[in-house]
Design a protein around this ligand. Structure first.
Ligand code: FAD
Ligand code: FES
Ligand code: FES
Length: 510
């Protein structure tokens, strides 16, 4: 039975596992970053600060979380993660890897042997990203290795010795293991299919012992932090604190603290809310809880829409995708978010909740003005409903940015078309980066509907596409460039879906 009061709160104590022991922190500022906490409070200075905005990877640590009866290990950026979000998890830092008598972990040994340790600033972050890879893949391909390192920047030497280390790390035994280091005994996070060692069982039990069913509440001075574990409790808290800042992965919010030095007085963390961290696939759609990580959301989306693999692989870096959520990307309301154009194109809708009331809103109606959404005071995004692919539908999304990895889009386009005997029976097109919000190209769509999918129709629709948007010039691209790219991406979609890939035609600057 839903209640109008939220369940009892537990005041004041964050509990997480570090080096096999449960650590309790009772007096921490809610927005203290894990990086500052490690370096200044625990004197664990192996984790470095480079950019303090999730870009360079010097601060990478690994977080272990219960996933069913297993523990899942993922790299995150400690510079933009707040300490209370560690509650119920395991934190692994570069210091944790050292074994008995200082013996190196296989990842560290491979880095030494391959001359991958190039500078003291970046190496701990590289080691932790490789450690996360070591834990999640047995035989990673070169592409997997490149992806795993996409969030670690090296400006001095290059990546070859580090990639060599990634390939070699599996050759070393784990004789350096300490009794509590359950993660040293295997190179796989999935323990389900083999015998668990005593230390692994103990770690799972330890993590189980610090899971909460109530709401964690912290308070320091004017700052308050709530971390409910049920949607009903979140709804009550949200209504009671309509001015509170919702915190999900913190990959946007974290920067407001580290770069803009904003004080967030009341924070409601949604990452522990069971209902918001679920994915469900029905015979019609994929229902993704708003606090599902981008990593997990993209995995299920790519399973059903394999064409989206590249655009999602180019979204930030693994540590950002591990922490960041799909709900956060959508609710942030940025005109250049990468998930929105294609989600709009495939007809996604949102479930918004306020108290006990929920309403469903098409994603393209969610954005009302620059960084303004249709969320009412006290309302939040509960889940994202993505339709399964239409029979005969073709879907694409293209991102244009200056770098392949870890870069914000200048323009991002999402497209879906359904053809019947060569005639357009359904079409949805949306762009990010060319208007104040992610926005559909309605004039272009109208020009295409019920017309043959041919060069002539596309030429006519192109004129309408120009009228759909009035792009701006900013540091990422000029208005003229954006307009040109908008056209060229649409044309690319036409070529790819009409069997005319070999044809090339390049539009020129107006
Ligand atoms: C280095 C770096 C690279 C990045 N690269 C990209 C990129 O390539 N493409 C891209 O699109 N983005 C990128 N981002 C932006 C960011 O990672 C995404 O927008 C991410 O999805 C935000 O999710 P989050 O969970 O971290 O949100 P948070 O930072 O926790 O929150 C973001 C906003 O959403 C609100 N919010 C969160 N959840 C809810 C909810 N359930 N209901 C209502 N409001 C909610 C918060 O209050 C806040 O206003 C990058 C960020 C960094 C730091
Ligand atoms: S310090 Fe650069 S990513 Fe954290
Ligand atoms: S390893 Fe630090 S800049 Fe290259």
């Amino acid at each position: 039975m839903a209640s109008t009061k939220h369940r009892a709160t537990t005041s004041g104590t964050v509990r997480f596992v570090l080096d096999g022991e449960v650590v309790t922190v009772s007096d921490v500022e809610p927005t203290r970053t894990v990086l500052n906490f490690l370096r200044e409070d625990l004197s664990r200075t192996g984790t470095k600060e480079g950019c303090a905005e999730g870009d360079c990877g010097a601060c990478t640590v690994v977080v272990g979380e219960l996933a069913g009866d297993d523990v899942r290990f993922r790299a995150i950026n400690s510079c933009i993660q707040f300490v209370p979000t560690l509650d119920g998890k395991e934190l692994i830092t570069v210091e944790s890897l050292k074994g008995i008598n200082g013996a190196l972990h296989p990842v560290q040994r491979a880095m030494v042997d391959c001359h991958g340790s190039q500078c003291g600033f970046c190496t701990p972050g590289f080691v932790m990203s490789l450690f996360a890879l070591y834990k999640s893949a047995q035989k990673p391909s070169r592409r997997d290795i490149n992806d795993a390192l996409a969030g670690n920047l090296c400006r001095c030497t290059g990546y070859r010795p580090i990639v060599d280390a990634a390939q070699k790390m599996y050759e070393y035994g784990s004789d350096a293991a300490k009794p509590h280091e359950h993660w040293m005994n295997c190179s796989f996070s999935s323990m389900g299919d083999r015998q668990r060692s005593t230390s692994e069982r103990e770690m799972i039990e330890r993590l189980q012992s610090i899971q909460r069913r109530d709401t964690l509440m912290l308070s320091q001075g004017t700052k308050t932090y709530f971390a409910p574990s049920r949607a009903a409790d979140l709804a009550v808290l949200r209504e009671a604190h309509p001015d509170a800042r919702i915190l999900a992965g913190g990959t946007d919010v974290g920067l407001w603290v580290t770069k803009q030095h904003k004080d967030l007085n009341t924070v409601i963390y949604v990452g522990n809310v069971a209902e918001l961290t679920r994915v469900e696939v029905t015979d019609r759609h994929i229902e993704i809880g708003a606090a599902v990580s981008l990593t997990d959301a993209f995995a299920v989306l790519v399973k059903h829409y394999p064409e989206l693999d590249e655009v999602f692989r180019r979204f930030a870096s693994p540590p950002i995708r591990n922490a960041g959520t799909l709900g956060g990307n959508i609710a942030n309301g940025s005109p250049i978010g990468d998930s929105m154009p294609v989600l709009i194109a495939v007809g996604t809708s949102l479930t918004l909740r306020k108290g006990k009331r929920t309403r469903e809103l098409p994603l393209d109606e969610f954005y009302v003005a620059y960084q303004k959404t249709a969320l009412e005071p006290g309302e939040f995004v509960e889940s994202i409903r993505v339709p399964l692919p239409l029979l005969g539908g073709q879907v694409r999304s293209y991102k244009i940015a200056k770098r392949f990895d870890q870069d914000i889009s200048a323009v991002c386009g999402g497209y879906r078309i359904v053809l019947e005997d060569g005639v357009v029976r359904d079409v949805r097109i949306a762009y990010g980066g060319v208007a104040a919000t992610p926005k559909r190209a309605l004039r272009c769509e109208r020009a295409l509907l019920d017309h043959p999918w041919t060069q002539d129709s596309v030429d006519a629709a192109m004129t309408e596409l120009d009228k759909d948007y009035s792009p701006l010039t900013d540091m990422r691209a000029s208005a003229a460039y954006r307009r040109l790219v908008t056209r060229n991406l649409f044309y690319k979609f036409f070529l790819e879906t009409s069997g005319k890939q070999t044809q090339t035609r390049v539009f020129e600057y107006a």
